[in-house]
Ligand binder design. Structure first.
Ligand code: HEM
Length: 533
């Protein structure tokens, strides 16, 4: 972090307008460009006909790791080169804010950590990160197993009846239940029932997706939220969510001074009645933290931690179903580690379940959530050359798309990038053609999961640098446990052509109509036969 006196540059309205006019004149009027980037005039049909992250891939192959995308009056700089991404996310994180993303998310997350400007972010990050400490994560492993058990029990019935199950929907339910209990000790129970709060949460997520892809922010027009039906519905749903969150904050505050506090300080979660993050935040909150800031933090974690994990599980299963030999190998590994008793995985088991962990990482490489990170430049930043030849400058006020999708599927950084190959993370990969890029080095992957350090920023599923995800370990452990538990018990078969699954973009990558699967109970292979597979 910069020192206490650091204040990032502030963008003024006139900065944005003057940059926009300059960009239009340069792009369409042939004026010389200060940024020096190649210009790609986007074809509107490419950009509005499907998810934008897909449309950017062919442009990346044609124009390289940094180019300026212009379509109509909109201009964005698109970055897909690891050296440049390292510069933006790790070396100069405070030269950027969240720009358009913050504008879209503000009505939902308020001043939560994801959209927060630097002044709010630096205090809240300092308070939130300690909440994800090791003792708490170890305790959460039990919760992940418990909630995944509910999912598995529910699938038993579908397996018996031979019905087709939408596994995307099931994974969404289990991850919502987990995040509710972990963050604010609230049992949504969505695996087994429906309720107004659950549909309110889903509606708000859909609205965030709608706002991020709509052409102009009509919801900011006076009275739009009272007149337009979907905006009226959104307002009502936000009311339901806010009332629930405010009620939970008050309840957590009443806990103060009970015997739980001592156990919490000793990190002995086995005796704590309410191990939620909310409780932790209430206990450590400083006098300057308002209830509304707490609400924003909770809402941010609810949204950030729910759909993302569900999407990794969905796409991970999708990829495995198309690789039956690999699926068998993973199932055999699970059987070997878990043995024959019907129990939930422990932290020790996760350490042994390497192939499942690598499958989760590989699913995140092929389907990063979100596929694009958004930034706006607060000052001029000259980029290293990276794979391109030009020295590009990002100009103050410029909107930036960091395409994680392009980076994760770049043939410059990955061998057979389109292939689902979890064991690639155990092999080194180098390419001297990408200037200043150290390549992928499995020896640098020292934790349980590969990360940006081992890949020198070619693999950034959780972002990188100061604004990196705070829930990365939580999410990976959760996904590993849920995946191990469903694969151990069932064989899955996709009941439709994989090409028909399609992709749509919300806050994460969704299937077009779900992931329909036939589910069959399997007999876990005994330890002896597992070794033979
Ligand atoms: C930030 C991905 C799970 C909370 C981020 C960012 C990414 C990401 C890419 C960086 C965004 C940017 O730089 O603009 C994911 C994925 C997840 C996941 C793929 C699951 C597989 C979670 C969970 C939580 C969480 C479980 C909390 C319980 C956050 C927060 C931030 C964040 C609070 C903002 C950090 C900051 O700006 O300081 N996440 N996330 N995420 N994530 Fe996650």
């Amino acid at each position: 972090l910069p020192d206490e006196n650091f204040k990032p540059e502030q963008l003024k309205f006139q900065d944005i307008v003057s940059l926009w006019v300059t960009q239009i004149l340069q792009t369409y009027g042939g004026k010389e460009s200060k940024d020096n980037a190649p210009v790609c005039e986007g074809v509107i049909d490419d950009l509005v006909g499907g998810p934008i992250f897909l449309a950017l891939y062919p442009y990346f192959r044609r124009y390289g790791g940094v180019f300026k995308l212009a379509f109509g009056p909109k201009v964005f700089m698109v970055l897909s080169d690891p050296v440049i991404v390292r510069e933006v996310l790790k070396e100069k994180p405070f030269s950027f804010d969240k720009g358009v993303l913050a504008e879209i998310l503000e009505p939902i997350m308020g001043q939560g950590l994801i959209p927060a400007p630097y002044a709010v972010w630096k205090n809240r990050r300092r308070q939130l990160v300690p909440g994800f400490h090791k003792a708490w994560l170890d305790h959460m492993v039990g919760l992940f197993g418990h909630c995944s058990n509910e999912l598995v029990r529910n699938l038993d019935k579908s397996a018996e009846d031979g019905e087709v199950v939408d596994m995307e929907e099931r994974f969404c339910s289990v991850s919502l239940d987990i995040i509710g209990l972990a963050v604010f000790n609230y049992d949504f129970g969505s695996v087994t029932k429906e309720s107004p709060i659950i549909s309110a949460v889903y509606n708000c997520l859909q609205e965030a997706a709608h706002r991020s892809t709509f052409y102009f922010p009509y919801w900011n027009i006076p009275f739009a939220t009272d007149i337009v039906p979907r905006q009226r519905e959104f307002k009502q749903n936000m009311k339901i969510i806010n009332e629930t969150l405010n009620g939970l904050i008050q309840k957590a505050q009443k806990f103060e001074g009970t015997e739980d506090l001592e156990e919490l300080q000793n990190r002995d979660y086995s005796k704590v009645k309410d191990p939620s993050l909310l409780r932790f935040l209430v206990d450590i909150r400083g006098a300057d933290v308002t209830d509304s800031q707490l609400r924003d933090d909770l809402m941010t974690m609810l949204i950030a931690g729910h759909e993302t994990t569900a999407a990794v599980l969905t796409w991970g299963l999708f990829c495995l179903m198309q690789n039956p030999e690999l699926m068998k190998r993973i199932q055999a590994d699970i059987d070997e580690v878990m043995g024959d008793d019907d129990r939930t995985p422990t932290y020790d088991d996760i350490q042994k379940l390497e192939s499942v962990r690598l499958c989760i990482a590989e699913a995140l490489r092929l389907y990063p959530e979100p596929p694009i990170l958004i930034r706006r430049c607060l000052e001029d930043v000259t980029l290293p050359k990276g794979a391109g030849d030009a020295e590009v400058t990002l100009i103050k006020g410029m909107d930036i798309f960091i395409s994680v999708w392009n980076l994760h599927r770049s043939p410059e950084c990955w061998e057979n990038p389109e292939e689902f190959d979890p064991f690639r993370f155990k092999r080194p990969f180098a390419n001297p053609g990408v200037k200043d890029w150290a390549g992928y080095n499995p020896e640098l992957f020292t934790g349980l999961y590969p990360n940006e350090v081992a890949s020198d920023f070619a693999f950034i599923p959780f972002g990188a640098g100061a604004r990196k995800c705070i829930g990365d370990q939580f999410a990976m452990l959760e996904a590993t446990i849920a995946m191990a538990m469903v694969l151990r018990r069932y064989d899955f078969e996709l009941t439709t052509d994989p090409k028909d699954i399609g992709m749509t973009m919300g806050a994460t990558i969704h299937t077009e109509k779900g992931l329909p699967c036939r589910v069959r109970r399997r007999q876990p292979v005994t330890t002896a036969t597992a070794a033979a597979v």
